[in-house]
Design a protein around this ligand. Sequence first.
Ligand code: JFZ
Length: 425
Amino acid sequence: MRSIAAFTIVCCFAYFALFGGPAAAENPPASKAPPEALKKWQDMRFGMFIHWGPVSLKGTEIGWSRGRPIPIEEYDNLYKQFNPEKFDADRWAQIAKDAGMKYMVFTTKHHDGFCMFDTKQTDFNVMKSPFSRDVTKELADACRRQGIKFGTYHSVCDWHNPNFSFGSPHGKVPNPNPDMDRYEEYITKQVEELIRNYGPLVTMWFDVPQDFGRPRGAKLVAKVRALQPDILVNNRSGEPDAADYETPEQRIGEMQKKPWETCMTICTQWAWKPDDHLKSLKECLHTLVKVVGGDGNLLLNVGPMPDGRIEPRQAERLREIGRWLEQYGESIYGARGGPFPRGDWGTATHKENTIYLHLLDPSLDVVKLPPIKRKIVSSSVLTGGSAAVDQTDSGIEVSVPKSDRREIDTIVVLKLDGPAADALE
Ligand code: JFZ
């Protein structure tokens, strides 16, 4: 019984840490981003997440390794050695572009409180490191040059700031004299700096509000929207009802009414870790296809090295993804999920009168799908070869000769006599 109780407590901590505490009845209705801004973001489908900071010098997890295993004093002084001389914002933006990523979200402050931008609110920032360059500004400018939208990840919890309720390790140590009103003022001023000095931003990606609370979260989001009305805000400000999108983490989200974005590491750690396990091309592409098949976006994370490079093997994996998208991106960009729900056979995306069937299991000789109320007027195989497609009132059967099946994804294109969006009976 005790283990069940303990597990329940951990889940509650995790939920409140991620999304904030219980609802406050008096919360005003939350505003949202304009539909056209949301559609532009959804059409992009694929973005680069970057977790970077002086902690890359230790190769341990950003925020979470502060205090355990890295002593707090040592962790907080890492910035005094931070000098990523090989940092080249244009090269990072080029790697994102070559990967087929349409937007970038960069950690301007993680839970450790260190600011990777030229903030006037604290000296605990990258301008005070030996590198003394505003890497956020350089990245934002490089993204604009490369036609990539730029957004910021800004942790709500701040385990370095004595005014926040909790500290390291893991945000589980109550601070002796917290002042959340002063902390709210601090983070609000930083959010204003980010939007005014680095914007317009595609998104403000908040994280781990802990006990910041729904009223403060709602005020913070209202401030963000007042500064930039077309910005997208995620569901981790403290007020999840103010969110434009959900943020399933390290997992493929489910098809749902609310817009959503899976955030996932290309390795296992968010920040750089030597010899970390790198996901295969198949894992990365299956994740992307299944996420879009569920009508979500994928924010795929890299953790750059302490010398300023994105690890060459991670960059190469991203280039492989980009080469696949160059050939088959029409089934991803601007596509919506469905109309068929995902199955062991694979998943479907669609646009106007077209359904893209992503057949992800090459061992299947026949894929059987439920009936649709539209007529299939033609079919083809985007990945090459041929497919037999048989439509009856009881369903659709698709078979691709073994020689035409692709190891990662065989894409069968169905052209319909009407919109694909509501084709399912
Ligand atoms: C959060 C961060 O903690 C993590 O470092 C990374 O930035 C990710 C994108 O977002 O992930 C969390 C946050 C809270 C919990 C788990 C993962 N939790 O409370 O269990």
